[in-house]
Write a protein that binds this ligand. Structure first.
Ligand code: NAD
Length: 384
């Protein structure tokens, strides 16, 4: 089995799917590892390190011609799809729930697609494979550093001969994996930190990392499938935005991470809330996306300063800004997924396996993952 590592080509992407440290693990399992020349360069893993670890360095043309399995971090560019051939397997974070047409195109080419974002995350044997968590961890850490960099004051309490600086008050909205990492990081930098989430289970998590949990009186718990948050109703949303505005105004720095699987991120910081913040306040919107984010007026990949002097940073691929750490963790995740699917030195697709039922998106020319397949079905409302 030839397992190949591509050089990522999305703009700003610096991660690589497999780091040299993981190569011997795959070789031991009977794989031959091919690495596209320069694949790890932007994450500080030179070709020579891969070669020393037992991989063969190849050109992109050789890679697509020879590979049985192609490893990637993000979804392949549209122009890459024709390079994949029937029977080949692509493994990565393919985000087919937001781009189901990618699954349709890969199925049409007879390519088997395996996507790490389909993993059933609560299974204990899936923990080492959880790339959503490993990348959210990196993102939560980086979000705090980005905020600290943009903030015009100190995060910690500082007592100096030139006077005393009070610590920054930082609020994290959404206390999942990224939010909890952001809280821990902000605490380590000396900020006074509060956290909020709609899932009641998050209260204990927030407190366990040393922050104060903010409880809203106007919105009850909102837990949906699989322990994730559910989308709020319009009334709940309005009540939440109103009540949060008072808390937001009392903070210097806000980091928002709120997501609901398969939906556009909820708006948590409204224009009115922004107007009530002090000049010099900073917001990092980690929910920022092409559809809009958690913060009114945020733009993905851009920094906007409001008329009232609030800096809003639309986070864009924060894991790629710590490419060495993010790639090392991702490499462990992707190799764990791959090795769980290998039998007698070859990939054995078994859709009855709980993990494979989540991650295998296309196989044998069909979109087999139900959630992605449902998005590709024609609307069944009779066209009305
Ligand atoms: P996510 O990235 O999907 O969302 C981030 C956070 O936003 C979540 O905590 C969510 O509750 C919150 N949120 C959504 N809508 C909100 C709103 N309107 N207001 C405030 N907050 C809102 O979340 P995630 O980090 O991927 O984690 C989601 C869940 O999965 C959590 O329950 C987490 O503990 C769980 N999880 C479990 C495992 C495991 O069992 N091993 C691993 C990872 C995550």
């Amino acid at each position: 089995m030839k397992v190949a590592v591509v050089k990522e080509n999305a703009p700003g992407e610096r991660r690589v799917a497999l780091v040299p440290e993981t190569v011997p693990k795959l070789v031991k399992a009977g794989a031959e590892v091919l690495v596209e020349s320069g694949a790890g360069e932007a994450a500080w893993f030179p070709d020579s390190a891969y070669a020393e670890a037992g991989a063969v360095i190849v050109t992109a043309a050789e890679l697509y011609a020879k590979a049985d399995v192609v490893l990637t971090v993000t979804r392949p560019a549209q122009k890459t799809i024709p390079r994949l051939r029937a029977g080949q397997v692509i493994v990565g974070m393919l985000s087919t729930l937001t781009s189901p047409e990618l699954a349709r195109d890969l199925a049409a080419r007879g390519v088997t697609a395996v996507s790490l974002d389909g993993l059933p995350r609560t299974l204990s044997r899936a923990q080492p494979m959880d790339a959503l968590s490993s990348q959210a961890n990196v993102a939560g850490y980086r979000a705090v550093l980005v905020a600290a960099n943009a903030y015009g004051r100190f995060f910690p309490l500082l007592i100096t001969a030139a006077g005393t600086a009070r610590p920054a008050k930082l609020l994290v909205l959404g206390a999942g994996v990224a939010g909890l990492q952001a809280i821990g990081t902000a605490r380590r930098l000396g900020a006074v930190v509060s956290g909020y989430d709609v899932r009641p289970a998050a209260a204990a998590d927030v407190q366990s990392v040393g922050a104060t949990f903010i409880e809203l009186t106007s919105v009850g718990p909102a837990v949906g499938e699989g322990g994730y948050a559910r989308a709020l109703t319009q009334e709940e949303r309005a009540a939440q935005q109103d009540e949060l505005a008072g808390h937001i105004a009392r903070h210097d720095v806000v980091i928002t991470t709120a997501q609901v699987p398969g939906r556009r991120p909820p708006l948590l910081v409204t224009e009115d809330a922004l107007k009530a913040m002090n000049p010099g306040s900073v917001i990092v919107d980690m929910g920022s996306s092409a559809l809009g984010g958690n913060v009114a007026g945020s733009v993905t990949g851009e920094t906007v300063v409001t008329d009232e002097g609030v800096t809003i940073i639309g986070a864009d691929n924060l894991p790629a800004t710590a490419p060495t750490a993010a790639s090392s963790a991702y490499s462990r995740n992707i190799s764990a997924v791959l090795l769980s699917m290998v039998q007698d030195g070859a990939l054995a697709i078994d859709l009855d396996d709980e993990i494979q039922a989540g991650v295998v998106i296309t196989h044998d020319g069909k979109v087999v993952q139900p959630a992605t397949a449902a998005l590709l079905e024609p609307a069944s409302d009779g066209g009305t």
